[in-house]
Design a binder for this molecule. Structure first.
Ligand code: IMP
Length: 195
C-alpha cells in the first residue's frame, strides 16, 4: 500500500480521510513519521503556506505528502484576517480574534466573507493544488457553540444559522475544508498509479 503523509497532528482529520480513501493509501500523520517541528508558515498566501508544509515533509522525510492551510477572508477588511486567521490579534486565542473581527466590522454594512482552504499535494516530485471556498456573511452577534475559530459569526449563504449552530456532520458536508478534501480525494482515487 502506498504511504501518504498528511502534514497535520490532528489524528481525527487523518482518520477521516483514511476511511474515505480505503486501502489505496496508508495515511500517516507528522507524529507517525517522527516530525515534531513546528513547520514555519512564512508564506504570503494559503497556497504558499500549504506548499511550504508539504515540501518540508518531502524534503526532510522523502515521503509523498499533502498539507492544508485555511482562513477567513472578509471583503470589507481587504480579505483580512486571511493567512493571519489563527493569530489575528497577535495571539492564538479564538475568542479574542473573533472579538477583534467584530470590532473591526462595527458599523460596516458590507458583511461578505468567505472561508478558504488550499491543499498542496506533493506526489512523485510534483505539486498539485486543490481549493475549497464557502461564501457567506459575518453576523453582528456571535451565535452557537459548536466548532471553533470564527464559526460563531460566519453564516454561509443559503442558511440562516452560523457554522457554530450546525452539527459537525452538517458543517463537514459544506465547508471549505470538505470541498478541498473532496477534490484531493477524487484526484487520488482517479490516479491509475497504484505504485
Ligand atoms: P488552519 O489552517 O486550518 O489551521 O486554519 C487557520 C485558522 O483559520 C484557524 O485557526 C481559524 O482561526 C480559521 N479557520 C479555518 N477554518 C475554520 C473553520 O472551519 N471555522 C472557523 N475558523 C476557521
Amino acid at each position: 500500500m502506498k504511504e501518504l503523509v498528511f502534514a497535520t497532528n490532528n489524528k481525527y482529520k487523518a482518520e477521516e480521510i483514511q476511511s474515505i480513501l480505503g486501502s489505496q493509501y496508508k495515511i500517516l500523520t507528522l507524529t507517525d513519521i517522527g516530525c515534531t517541528v513546528d513547520i514555519p508558515e512564512t508564506g504570503n498566501s494559503f497556497e504558499e503556506n500549504a506548499i511550504l508544509k508539504s515540501s518540508y515533509v518531502t524534503e526532510h522525510y522523502q515521503q509523498d505528502c499533502f498539507a492544508d492551510d485555511s482562513g477567513l477572508e472578509i471583503e470589507a477588511l481587504n480579505n483580512e484576517p486571511g493567512i493571519y486567521s489563527a493569530r489575528y490579534s497577535g495571539i492564538k486565542d479564538d475568542r479574542i480574534n473573533l472579538e477583534l473581527v467584530l470590532q473591526r466590522m462595527e458599523g460596516v454594512t458590507n458583511r461578505k466573507a468567505r472561508f478558504k482552504t488550499v491543499i498542496s499535494l506533493m506526489k512523485n516530485g510534483k505539486n498539485t493544488l486543490f481549493e475549497g471556498v464557502i461564501e457567506g456573511t459575518i453576523r453582528q452577534v456571535p451565535a452557537g457553540d459548536q466548532g471553533f475559530g470564527y464559526d460563531p459569526v460566519f453564516e454561509p449563504f443559503g442558511y440562516n444559522v452560523t457554522f457554530a449552530q450546525m452539527s459537525m456532520t452538517e458543517k463537514n458536508r459544506i465547508s471549505h475544508r470538505a470541498i478541498a478534501m473532496q477534490k484531493l480525494i477524487a484526484f487520488l482515487k482517479g490516479q491509475a498509479d497504484p505504485s
